[in-house]
Write a protein that binds this ligand. Structure first.
Ligand code: ZN
Length: 284
């Protein structure tokens, strides 16, 4: 809404719509039927897709969406009919108390390969519903509203690497790339075992080095199937300034080099063919 407000003041939208405040948008949206908004968002995204706006070179012509959940607000005092509830320990006048807290979580599906992210839809998580099942309901609602071949690929964090979710996503005809972490310990251990050798790929850019391992078939016992795994280690060199005091108590700024390492594993069902495995890293 901030973006729309800004665009309405000076850019292209100022001619098409004219000045429109965030407050006016919120007032109108509060009085709209959410399913109509959802349908409209999908219709617009469908038109963008038909006009070729959503395709991009880096994603090799694939339309890539990310799915994820976020908590959007919480309160001990204010609530609505659709609030989720939880008991939270917090300090009241210096004493630790357990109190009922109201909050909301939403799941969103957003196209991420385009020049800027385009939200396709979101869904409020219900009390007793997990983030993953909420996101799945949202995804299953999408094909009815957008054409079946609209999305190609789904990106998600490690929470979503669960056999039933992955099966359902494939049932929708989607490819997927999901972070692999210790919530799938057997798959992670097998992936580590198969990538314990020298890296397949070593790329060097200024201040950054990328090492990459690729295991095209890693057995995932819980799901009784194989998945592709890509592991990366990124080494980033950064210059920092550290200020120390010398013997006379004067401040002496000193340049120092800091090396940061980050390791990531990704599981995927992508058929790479002639595409290099570094594509999985770029997607994630
Ligand atoms: Zn509420």
């Amino acid at each position: 809404m901030h973006r729309v407000e800004t665009e309405c003041q000076g850019s292209a939208l100022s001619k098409r719509i004219g000045s429109l405040s965030e407050d006016a948008l919120r007032y109108a949206l509060e009085r709209q039927d959410p399913s109509a908004i959802f349908a409209l968002g999908c219709e617009i995204a469908g038109r963008l897709e038909r006009n070729g706006i959503l395709r991009s070179d880096w994603s090799r012509g694939l339309v890539v969406a990310a799915v994820g959940g976020i908590e959007i607000c919480s309160s001990f005092a204010r609530s609505c009919d659709y609030c989720m509830e939880r008991k939270v320990k917090h300090l009241v006048n210096g004493e630790l108390c357990e109190e009922l807290q109201y909050y909301h979580r939403i799941c969103a599906v957003t196209i991420v390969n385009s020049a800027f992210p385009i939200p396709l839809g979101f869904r409020f998580q219900k009390d007793g519903e997990t983030e993953v099942s909420c996101s799945l309901s949202l995804l299953q609602d999408l094909p009815d509203r957008v054409s079946r071949r609209f999305l190609d690929l789904l990106i998600a964090d490690a929470l979503y690497l669960q056999a039933p979710f992955v099966r359902a996503v494939e049932g929708l005809g989607l490819g997927w790339v999901i972070n692999l972490k210790d919530n799938q310990p057997e798959l992670l251990a097998e992936a580590q075992r198969l990538t314990a050798w020298a890296a397949l790929h070593r790329g060097n850019q200024e201040q950054q080095e990328l090492q990459l391992w690729h295991a095209p078939e890693v057995y995932w016992p819980v799901a009784d199937r194989s998945v592709r795994v890509v592991k990366t280690v990124r080494t980033q060199r950064q210059n920092r300034i550290r200020v120390s005091l010398d013997d006379a108590g004067r401040r002496r700024p000193q340049k120092e080099m800091v090396v940061e390492l980050s390791t990531n594993c990704y599981a995927s069902n992508l058929e790479l063919g002639t595409i290099p495995p570094v594509f999985v890293h770029q997607l994630a």
